[in-house]
Each structure stands twice: as C-alpha cells, then as structure tokens.
Design a protein around this ligand. Structure first.
Ligand SMILES: *Cc1c(COP(=O)(O)O)cnc(C)c1O
Length: 356
C-alpha cells in the first residue's frame, strides 16, 4: 500500500506486529512500532521524507558516524486522551533543540516540514501503538547521523534523518539512589554538553558503571573544572527542595542540557505559587542541607522518566537517606499537573499539547 500526504511518501507495513506486544509489560526501548520515517540529505538538499515499515538499515563500513560520532538525537512522547486522540507534548521545543544540537555538531538542519509533519504523520499512522496504561506512553526518537563514506575527519556532506517510536512504561519503576561524582565529568565548558550529541552518552557509561558497582543507579554530575557545582543527574536535569524552596541549577552555561521537562516543571511550580530559584547550586549547600534535614525533596526531570524521585544521595562514602516520596508535596503536585496536561485531563494553558 502506498499513499502520499502532500510531501511525505507513505508505504504501510503488510503485517502489523502489534499483536506480538504485551502492553501490560513493556521493557523500555526494546519494542518498536510498525513504521519509521526516513529522509536523506545529500548535495545540499533534502530528499522526500518517507514513512516505511520499521526495518534495519544498510550501511557502508566507512560511514562517518561510526568512526567520528557525528550524530544527534531527541526524545519526546505522545499520549492518548480518554477519547483516544493522540496528543504530542511540546514537540516544537524538541524540534528547535534538535537543530541547535545539529548546528553545534556541524550537521544539516532538518526542515520543519520533515521533522514536524513527518512526526505527526508517523504518530497518526501508528496511533494504536500509544499505550494507555498509567505511566506509559509512546516514546519518540528522532535522530540524525553522518553518512559520508569517507575515512577522514571533516563535517559530513550527507546525513540521514530517522524517527522511530517505542511504546514504553515507567523508566524508573522505583525512586533512585544517586552519587555525587567528583572525579569524572559529563561536560566541560566549551564542549558539547548542551547538545544531545550521541558521544556524550558514550562518555558517561564508564563513570556510571563505576557508580553502579557501588550500588547507585545514577550520578549527580558536577562541573568539570572544580567539581564544586551541581549540574545534572544522569540524563536528567536536577531539582532540590531546600527550606521549602524549589532550587535547580541555571542553564546560563553550555554544560547543562536545557531540558523541556525542566522548563515545564519551573513554569508549573511558579504558577502554583512555589518559591523557585534558578542559580548555581553548590555541592556543599546540598550536603549541608542533607545533614541538617532541610532538604525535603530531590528529583531528576527528563522526558524518559518525567520526574524521577531520588531516594538517596551518596557523597564521599556517606549515604544520605531522603524523606519518603509520599511526603514530597511540591514534586508530587507538579507531577500530577504535568501528567494531567499531557493526558488532556487538565487544561493546557500554555499551548504545550498538539492534538492529532
Ligand atoms: C535529554 C536530556 C535531559 C532532559 O531533557 P528533556 O527535554 O526534559 O527530555 C537532561 N539532560 C540531559 C543530559 C539530556 O540528554
């Protein structure tokens, strides 16, 4: 079956795989929906975007992304309203950040009619894959990579853009234990930490593995220069509630990724009347607050997990237990509201949700 919607060519799968999926029990990132969108960039322009059955890619052994890592990605989610309408949350923000990441990595910009229109067509076509169980959603992964068949370090001339989707459940089923990292770093000033560049995540594996061996689920990254300031937790932005104030590191530097979830949390917190501070956050301030008992909440914020409650923070061999998740008024209220907006049960006053 072939169809064309304006400028996107659609080839539908002959046989849906949806019946093979146990929607009650979906492992994160291992189940893929029926279709994907693919577009190629060469000779300075984009070819026609095509939605096709999900399939493996052919690649040349010298394809430059495999050697030099020119690759960026995004992560966003679609939900289904009670009436069954697919809802996209803040996709335009992800589109904007995608092209900022691409620019930093010397890659072609993806035009709106490929990214946004392609995304909408893909989600409409695979809308039966959007799970409706509490905590689940359709995770959307757009990515762009260098395809020059050339061994040599230079910006690639050719690129491939793909979007595929995965039905997912909770990212972290339990609150997480995290360690304040004072040796390794995620991002240095002048580097690529503010871009969703593939290599950032490869570089984080080793320090994360070491923390896992010590019994932590994630790291709290500190600044590369002095390890004095808190930056992020794993692949999430980080928030603390100290003396009743919601505090998060500011993003006026290029070592912290500007999360869409972070921005949503800040907007909702301010509207709910909480005191919010975006500023440099010292490790010492957080550790003192843990010792004094003035730290009442800590959580990571990112698309995959939404809000990941932190149950324990490790620092220099000490482990500090945090208050029960049930007692955390601020993050629980924000999470409820955010979930309500995303699912269409709470009024979207910010134009964050697009109904398909
Ligand atoms: C993706 C990501 C985040 C969270 O961003 P969202 O837009 O909220 O998903 C935070 N930090 C890093 C390093 C990330 O890669």
């Amino acid at each position: 079956m072939q169809a064309t919607t304006d400028h996107i060519k659609i080839t539908k799968t002959k046989e849906s795989k949806i019946h093979e999926v146990d929607f009650e029990n979906i492992p994160f990132g291992r189940v893929f929906s029926d279709h994907m969108l693919v577009a190629h960039y060469s000779n300075g322009s984009w070819g026609t975007a095509e939605i096709m059955p999900f399939q493996s890619l052919k690649m040349h052994p010298a394809m430059s992304v495999l050697h030099y890592g020119q690759s960026v990605f995004e992560g966003l989610k679609a939900y289904k309203s009670k009436e069954g309408t697919p809802l996209l949350f803040r996709a335009k923000d992800n589109f904007a950040r995608f092209n900022e990441s691409a620019e930093r990595m010397c890659m072609a910009q993806v035009p709106e009619d490929i990214f946004m229109d392609g995304l909408k067509e893909l989600i409409k076509l695979d809308q039966d894959w959007i799970p409706t169980k509490t905590g689940s959603s359709l995770y959307i992964r757009p990515f762009l990579f260098a395809t020059d068949e050339y061994v040599g370090i230079k910006p690639s001339d050719d690129f491939t853009f793909i979007i595929f989707t995965c039905p997912v459940g909770f990212y972290y089923p339990e609150p997480i234990s995290v360690k304040i990292e004072e040796h390794f770093s995620r991002a240095a000033s002048g580097g690529v930490g503010a871009a969703k560049a593939a290599g950032n995540y490869a570089a984080s594996l080793f320090p994360n593995q070491r923390a896992t061996e010590e019994g932590f689920r994630q790291l709290i990254w500190t600044d590369a220069k002095e390890h004095k300031y808190i930056e992020e937790s794993g692949t999430m932005n980080i928030f603390f509630v100290i003396d009743g104030k919601l505090i998060t590191p500011d993003t006026n530097r290029d070592t912290i990724l500007k999360g869409v979830t972070r921005r949503s949390v800040l907007t909702l917190a301010k509207e709910m009347g909480y005191l919010v501070e975006e500023r440099p956050v010292e490790v010492a301030e957080v550790v003192d607050a843990l010792k004094e008992g003035s730290l009442s909440e800590a959580f990571g914020a990112g698309t995959a997990a939404t809000i990941a409650q932190i149950s324990e923070i490790g620092f220099r061999g000490n482990r500090f237990e945090l208050p029960d998740v049930e007692s955390r008024e601020i993050s629980n209220k924000i999470l409820d509201k955010l979930n309500g907006i995303r699912l269409g049960t709470v009024k979207d006053e910010h134009g964050w949700v697009v109904r398909l």
